[in-house]
Write a protein that binds this ligand. Structure first.
Ligand SMILES: *Cc1c(COP(=O)(O)O)cnc(C)c1O
Length: 866
């Protein structure tokens, strides 16, 4: 029988148990073992059944049990302690407050930062993520909370989340979209003081409108606002806007992104108005999806009387854009017409000219597509600061977006990098003690065994459930009790399944791989998991290939594919695996974070040098899978063959031998008591925990964001009051208008005639430049000097930029003279050129405006003293 209406009944707690509700409604329980333990002890069986979700647990616990607990003195004492601990965590000053106090107002620490992301992975109980980006956003919020950084998270509430994955009998991915009920999740609706729901409204073409409710999730100290279009006043189509993550048509996605960006800013304003939370001074947008937030802020400012250009200046100053993909195909692009319709005369954002909007997202560079609206390009134009998520990804991003800064070397493109991190309290197993690197060999090895064994049990249970779901009878599944061995070298591979991550690389030479699994002395076992995007049949074929291989009775005790990869499974996998495998096509992994989570639990990495592993790989922490280069890199088949071969080679000759090379632990009794341990392996585990661990913490990442990006953005934003913003905008407009007339007209070198150029000597450069109507203090004239290659090209990394000094002018032709010494500080082929860039105290760097002028055709060619 089907119910005709559904609602949820919130439990009423006896008075002494009231704090349980408070604890359940703050996600801090998800990284606070003592609070979790408290919930578990309230009803151990119910806790299992609720999948470790306190709200579900409390919804199911019987009234009798609640009565019992209300009279249990010991339970009430622990409850009181947990509740006090949470309040202290939320209220007491932390790192950020200390730094703010110490540096004062002038320190520039923003009063608040709004952090936008299309997905957030906070806990399995809030399934609003598909993979790394969401988990990273969740970890960022949690680390910000731990550090006291006043962040407000902004996202969407997808009523059907991403999707739940299961397998058909023959290994094909099946997708389910269970409906989530916000009333059954740790969420509160944001309401006006009169109790009515806060309801941002967006105007859509054709007189339609899109309304949303705003749900508040408490992530420790950090509020996370999630917009939800499932509102009765919405028409049917509009109600479905936040139905699922990364699904639907292009128009559907555009509406999601308008709601996230435009609606998100309005939700933040409402939240600050209602709670007294300080207004954000910095807006941090992750990936292009939330980019419309900048337009809404421009609208706010123009409504308050600022001109469009000045408003744009102000918005840019306080915006940070983080890109998370190294491939153009990963960037969100819309049909220009579609965007034009939604931001046109009868669309959203009255007062902001639709043409201006379109210009912001135009791919106006060589090779750009004039018919599209590019969200990353808009993101970069609306943000004065931008970054990638690992050192390598920063470099790749600068190349990728170099077209927006013509005339500049890619190395000068203003995209920095902050390497991602992971939230240790979320990802380190409860069994791991505070300073595990200090355990002796035997104890460390025992710990690894405990973690591996726990994983083996978890894998068997999940595999059993999966096979039942695939239609197998209980009696057919006895073999599952023998799946995986808690003493065998265990390798993990779990992540989304886009093709570049190469889920099936390990199957490239099946015979060789099978031999590795079945080796009688040094066997290897694998746990594999991952979801393919529902529209990606290629990815689903890869999963099927892997599942079919793993279904084979000859190997099924050594390799498993677990369906429905999510945070809960991941939390078991990282600690239990000895080795974490990653074999993307370099450099397509922007950062990758799963290997970091493994490392925090003492897992060693076996990975292609991509993303974070490219910068932090050391032989003490694991192994680097060599990548094919030259010709071979261009042929995908050969490349896979070479890299798979290298992977097998490492496993056979290095990884497995080290794992199985056992000797009595130092200090073990001489009579042979105590288990022999792999000394060199354990040393690697220790090095990983001790030296790699601290680098991969999200704390380190969030501090870097604060110091390197949030503080400069807040300062820049504060500097732009109404007057300064108008000035800055007018100045930029004037510089742009004058720039075609700016040129280096004449260059001569003095002080070193002929071939008398020696190391330690100096040249004097005398330069004449035309600046149009600009003044010398509005530009910088620079000599760029350094090593040159055969084609006379100066490499940016190998060169210095020396400002020249104005020494006179303008002459009768309007030219200014500049002069300066150039020290000859290196031997070998050397060269220089002269260029002019705009200079202003409010610019973030020389390349910001994308304007540069070099020597005109008839200037004396730069000398090249060999
Ligand atoms: C960490 C994590 C990821 C990211 O994995 P990558 O190796 O960075 O691709 C994906 N899914 C889940 C559930 C995770 O915990």
């Amino acid at each position: 029988m089907k119910a005709i209406r559904r609602f949820s009944v919130r439990p009423v707690f006896p008075e002494p148990l009231r704090p349980l509700g408070e604890l359940a409604r703050n996600f801090r329980w998800s990284w606070h073992p003592a609070t979790r333990e408290l919930f578990r002890s309230a009803d151990p069986a119910g806790w299992e059944a609720a999948g470790g979700d306190p709200v579900r647990l409390l919804g199911a616990v019987s009234a009798r049990r609640l009565e019992e607990l209300a009279g249990d003195g010991e339970f009430l004492r622990r409850l009181d302690e947990a509740a006090r601990d949470l309040r202290a965590y939320v209220d007491a000053p932390r790192w950020y407050q200390d730094v703010r106090e110490e540096r004062g107002e002038a320190g520039g620490l923003p009063a608040a930062v709004a952090y936008f992301s299309p997905e957030f992975g906070i806990a399995e109980a809030l399934p609003q993520y598909s993979g790394g980006l969401g988990i990273l956003a969740g970890d960022h919020l949690k680390a910000a909370s731990d550090l006291g950084v006043p962040l407000i998270g902004v996202g969407l509430l997808y009523r059907r989340g991403y999707f739940r994955q299961s397998l058909s009998r023959d290994g094909w991915q099946l997708e389910h979209y269970p409906l989530l009920d916000p009333d059954e999740m740790p969420l509160e609706m944001l309401r006006e003081h009169d109790g009515s729901p806060v309801q941002p409204v967006l105007t859509l073409p054709g007189g339609r409108s899109l309304r949303a409710h705003v749900w508040l999730a408490r992530v420790g100290r950090v509020p996370l606002l999630l917009l939800d279009s499932d509102v009765e006043e919405n028409a049917g189509g509009e109600r479905e806007v936040t139905d699922r993550l990364y699904g639907g048509s292009s128009e559907h996605r555009l509406l999601q992104e308008m709601l996230l960006g435009v609606g998100g800013v309005r939700a933040v304003r409402a939240y600050c108005r209602l709670t007294g939370h300080p207004e954000p001074e910095v807006f941090h947008t992750n990936e292009g999806h939330a980019g419309f937030l900048g337009l809404e802020r421009v609208r706010e400012l123009t409504a308050a009387g600022r001109g469009f250009d000045a408003a744009l200046e102000t918005v840019r100053a306080g915006t940070l854009f983080t890109t998370h993909t190294p491939v153009p195909a990963g960037i969100d692009r819309f049909d220009r017409e579609l965007v034009a319709r939604h931001f046109g005369a009868d669309g959203e954002l009255p007062g902001v000219d639709g043409e201006e909007v379109l210009r912001l997202g135009a791919e106006s560079y060589p090779g750009g597509d004039p018919t599209v609206f590019n969200m990353a390009v808009m993101g970069l134009r609306l943000a004065q600061r931008a970054n990638g998520v690992s050192t390598l990804h920063g470099a790749v991003s600068r190349e990728m977006f170099a077209g927006l800064w013509p005339g500049f070397d890619p190395a000068e493109v203003p995209v920095a990098s902050v390497t991602n991190g992971v939230h240790a309290p979320t990802w380190v197993a409860d069994d791991v003690p505070p300073d595990p690197a200090r355990l002796d060999d035997a104890a460390l090895w025992r710990l690894r065994r405990v973690l591996r064994e726990r994983l083996v049990r978890d894998v068997r249970a999940r595999l059993y459930a999966s096979w039942r779901q695939r239609g197998a009878a209980h009696a057919e599944l006895g073999w599952i009790d023998e799946v995986l061995d808690p003493d065998v070298l265990t390798v993990g591979f779990a992540r989304r399944v886009p093709s570049y991550k190469r889920l099936t690389l390990m199957l490239h030479d099946r015979e060789r791989f099978t031999r590795l699994l079945l080796d009688p002395e040094r066997p290897v076992q694998l746990v594999v998991a991952g979801k393919a995007h529902p529209a990606d049949d290629g990815g689903k074929r890869l999963i099927q290939e892997l599942v079919r291989y793993a279904d084979d009775p000859a190997v099924r005790h050594r390799i498993v594919f677990l369906p429905d990869h999510g945070m809960g499974m991941a939390q078991q996998l990282y600690p239990g695996c000895d080795v974490w495998l990653n074999n993307p096509l370099r450099p397509l992994e922007a950062c990758g974070t799963s290997g970091m989570k493994a490392a925090l639990n003492g897992g060693l990495n076996l990975s292609v040098r991509d993303g974070w592993w490219d910068e932090w790989y050391e032989p003490d922490f694991g192994w680097a899978v060599p990548t094919a280069d030259g010709e071979a890199a261009l042929d995908p088949e050969r490349r896979d063959a070479i890299e798979a071969g290298a992977l097998y080679e490492l496993l056979e000759r290095h990884v497995a031998p080290r794992f199985y090379d056992r000797a009595p632990a130092p200090g073990a009794p001489a009579d042979g008591g105590g288990e022999p341990v792999p000394g060199r392996w354990i040393e690697m585990v220790r090095q990983t925990l001790d030296r790699l661990g601290p680098r991969v913490h999200a704390d380190r990442m969030v501090r870097e964001y604060v110091e390197r990006l949030y503080v400069p953005a807040a300062r820049a934003h504060r500097a732009l009051d109404a007057v300064a913003a108008e000035e800055s905008a007018a100045w930029k407009a004037r510089v742009r208008a004058e720039w075609p007339r700016v040129a280096v007209d004449h260059v001569e070198q003095a002080g070193a005639d002929g071939d008398a150029l020696e190391l330690g000597g100096a040249l004097t450069l005398r330069v004449r430049v035309t600046l149009g109507a600009l003044r010398p203090d509005e530009v910088e004239v620079q000599a760029v000097a350094g090593r040159v290659d055969e084609a006379d090209a100066l490499a940016w990394q190998d060169s210095v930029r020396v400002p020249l000094k104005p020494v006179g002018g303008p002459d009768l032709d309007g030219r200014w003279a500049y002069e300066g010494p150039l020290a000859l500080d290196r031997t070998g082929p050397y060269g220089y050129t002269v260029r002019i860039v705009p200079a202003h105290r409010l610019l973030s760097g020389a390349a910001e405006l994308g304007l540069v002028a070099g020597p005109s055709a008839d200037a004396t060619p730069p000398g090249r003293p060999d």
